[in-house]
Design a protein around this ligand. Structure first.
Ligand code: ADE
Length: 221
């Protein structure tokens, strides 16, 4: 799978992709991530990418030409299954959404900044709009990193222990993972629940299911 991310602040995306699971997945050739600086496709000597909104109002708007040029270059090199725009008014991202995206071969993710992007980009160049939550970030970069990480860890071969993925919260739709503990047994008087040490597989399983339901209840409240 290949993911091309287009941004006017590509530096934000360097760190999330140069560590841990994503870096290993890239080194193993399981995922190919490319970050593109939209300014390279900007207008004039100063490589402008934004302008004032028609009709007035505060804030700057990302122009269509740099995005069109960047997308055209990418599309001339390969076919893209999706061209995604990160935006707080997009469809809310979920584990189910991540699972749908792992079936794609190539995707572009466009990150917004400033007041927004020219609507014609959304109307003509974008196939999906994704929000990672009902709050406003200064740009789509961190949201894109969230989406990419959630996709990459689902790709076959990226995480060795597939059991671990299957018991993650949300992997099984709308089920929250139960609490987990490791050593020490007691820390500052806070103890691991005794049931987990009982060796009774069925009892432990029932307890975990009960706890998982309690967590679910709490997150619904
Ligand atoms: N850009 C700004 N806020 C965002 C959000 N909540 N989700 C996706 N992209 C965004």
């Amino acid at each position: 799978m290949r993911i091309d991310i287009v941004s006017i602040v590509p530096e934000i995306l360097h760190s999330p992709f140069s560590n841990s699971i994503i870096k290993r997945a890239m080194n193993q050739g399981l995922i190919d991530i490319h970050v593109h600086d939209l300014r390279k496709y900007g207008l004039g000597k100063r490589k402008n990418v934004d302008d004032y909104p028609y009709g007035g109002g505060s804030g700057m708007v990302i122009r269509i030409e740099p995005v069109y040029r960047c997308f055209s270059k990418l599309i001339s090199e390969r076919n893209y299954d999706e061209k995604i725009f990160m935006t707080p008014d997009g469809k809310l991202f979920s584990q189910k959404y991540a699972k749908d995206l792992i079936n794609k071969k190539n995707i572009i993710i466009l990150c917004g900044r400033y007041k927004g992007i020219d609507q014609r980009i959304r109307d003509h160049l974008i196939s999906k709009e994704i929000s990672i939550g009902n709050y406003i970030l200064s740009g789509g970069e961190l949201a894109a990193a969230v989406v990419v990480e959630s996709i990459v860890r689902l790709l076959p071969g990226v995480i060795k222990n597939q059991d671990s993925i299957m018991t993650d919260s949300f992997q099984i739709e709308s089920v929250i993972a139960p609490p987990i503990y490791t050593r020490p047994l007691i820390y500052k008087g806070w103890s691991v629940p005794k049931i987990l040490l009982s060796g009774h597989h069925q009892k432990i399983q029932n307890w975990l299911e009960k706890k998982s339901k309690e967590f679910q209840q709490k997150s619904d409240d």
